[in-house]
Design a protein around this ligand. Sequence first.
Ligand code: HMG
Length: 420
Amino acid sequence: MKAGIEAISFYVPKYYLDLKTLAAERGIDHAKYYNGLGQEKMAIVPPDEDVVTMGASAALRAMEKVNPASIDTVLFATESGIDQSKSAAVYVHGLLDLPSHCKCVELKQACCSGTAGLLMALAMVRQQPAKKVLLVASDIARYGFGTAGEPTQGGGAVAMVLSTEPHLMAIDPQNGSYSDDVMDFWRPNYMEEALVDGKYSIKVYVKALTECWNQYVRETGHDFDYFDWFCYHLPFTRMGEKAHMHLAKYADVHGYTKAQLMEQIAASLRYNRQTGNLYTASLYVGLTSLLESPAELAGSRLGLFSYGSGCVGMFFGGQVMENYQAHLKTSDHQHMLQDRIELDYPTYRKMYGYRLPQDGQQHDTPVYHTGPFRLAGINEHKRIYTAVQAEIEADTDAKNQCIRSEQHRPENTKHMVSVA
Ligand code: HMG
């Protein structure tokens, strides 16, 4: 029985910082970011969005053609959780008004908990083929201000419906996995920013890829040539290129030029160059980027590598279905990326520095452009979410120019309805 991805959609906030702007402030040649890291823009999450609003926005679009009653479980993968006890999955379940028979759980293991959720979901639907799982992976990648990690920030979410009707891609049951207790990247509970040993994290990523590949080959007997295209976890897109060149060398492949190897991953890098690292969502935004590229993929075999610092890696494969294009949200995603608002440096700095008050009193969050949901405020230590009923008109005039914080548009709140 085939099982896999029935629907996929992603969401990024309305704001981004061009890495040329950051490079100018940091006195760095922007080619280091554009070419050395392979990143052009990073998504910036405004104060009235968090992993719940972003995850719910991605899920709303992924669920457009899915009967909510068929959803049996909501899994939420994140390493930017908003609560130590209550799962973000329950908030998304509420915002989307999903049936009360659903099971809702949050998962964590750095960037690869999205993949852990995917593999768990597929095991569930293989057991009970009439049921579907909504998987949300949502994160805010934050590093210390002015550190080497800063240009690899980002934020956003992906949502997938996993079922035995995989309109987009059937996922193979076998995978190769690897775990090792290392300190390459972590975030203690008392910190807002991740701590990272950057160069070491790249080495561990590559080692995990090698070990997962070995295990995958032992499990399946497949070789490199079995795959037509590859997708990697993308903390920055050059990492995907380095990883793919490493794998090709390690697997001792013959008959490919460097250009042909790069071609096997190029289409998966396009969206991530514009968003930055989305942690749990990164691999799947890369997959969406590949599926939504002009290439004809029906019948193609894809190899996917998921890496989560700390560390756990997983390598698995799948096959793209016939007529998959009819089930994509290509134009929605491309408009979402194009219609974003560029930040100037002072506004980026202000957004970066914003913290939700922690005194338990009632506070409204400042109003920014958001998607269909926003974090309206906090009261008695409870987060208050609102559904933005009317589509907020994208300010197309502002699209290509920097905005300043005083230009935020409080009038957009008038269509909001409290759902909390
Ligand atoms: P850095 O100190 O900026 O690195 O840190 P660099 O000086 O080595 O420069 C980076 C590249 O730019 C190099 O390319 C330079 O040569 C090149 P390479 O030699 O590696 O191919 N470069 C230039 N290129 C063109 N023109 C120029 C120029 N100057 C230099 N003028 C680092 C980079 C990625 C380490 C840093 O940004 C960082 O710490 N980022 C965060 C950690 C990270 O992303 N690690 C990736 C693996 S771990 C992972 O993926 C898991 C993660 O997603 C978390 C999770 O699992 O939850 C992070």
